[in-house]
Design a protein around this ligand. Sequence first.
Ligand code: NAP
Length: 244
Amino acid sequence: MSRVLIVTGGSRGIGAAISRLAAGDGWDVCVNYVAHAERAKEVVESVRACGREAVAVEADVSREGDVLALFAACEEALGAPTGLVNNAGIITGFGRLDNLADEDLRRTFEVNTISYFLCAREAIKRMSTRHGRRGGVIVNISSRAATSGMPGEYVHYAASKAAVNGLTRGLALEVAAEGIRVASVSPGLIDTEIQRPERFARIAPTTPMQRAGTPDEVAEAVVWLLSDKASYVTGADLSVTGGR
Ligand code: NAP
């Protein structure tokens, strides 16, 4: 089976690490980004340096039209995707719920949750044996926040990730007999630009391992789930939290 992977938000942080490691494991990679074209280009160059094909595609994955264009661009450049990593995410709005703005609540769910549904839907059309295709794998990047709830800080973000866990479990069962595996990875505190520096410095030493994780440590788990080594794993969530 050809190995063509779409990574949403592949330009930076965890998505960039996944794109690079997946290339090392034999995947051609469609690197999606929304704003940082230069960073996406660097990731594309790293993938090509591994001897794999790559393309960078600008798309705001919270918008249906952009998602359709992203999948069409991937098919044209690399072929139909057999892997999808739903990774693009944001944290917008901080504090108790009674201080959060309507705009931050809506944007959080559009980017962190709706985009995962839209991309998974388009992936299934190209992977399912029900649609005459040969199967595939979807990995959703959730968060430890989904189960901790993040009171006083990001209850809305936590809830947007709890919905991702629901998507993972339900969709895994829906397509299990159609050649598609669906799983999630839940990172704890990872050193990327999504972090508020003050909070990051305060929380990192309090984890059981007394440090934050790296994007590569998350990517290793994702690339394993994408691989045939995880051939009997579906509907599962893999925690990458340093014990948190
Ligand atoms: P990051 O460094 O801020 O990177 C975010 C990525 O998402 C960037 O590539 C960005 O693209 C892309 N993106 C944002 N909005 C987008 C949109 N509307 N359409 C397409 N792409 C979009 O964040 P990260 O820490 O790597 O986070 C990656 C995922 O891991 C997120 O889902 C996050 O919630 C989850 N996570 C992170 C942590 C952590 O501690 N870091 C913990 C648990 C879960 P541009 O470069 O173009 O802006």
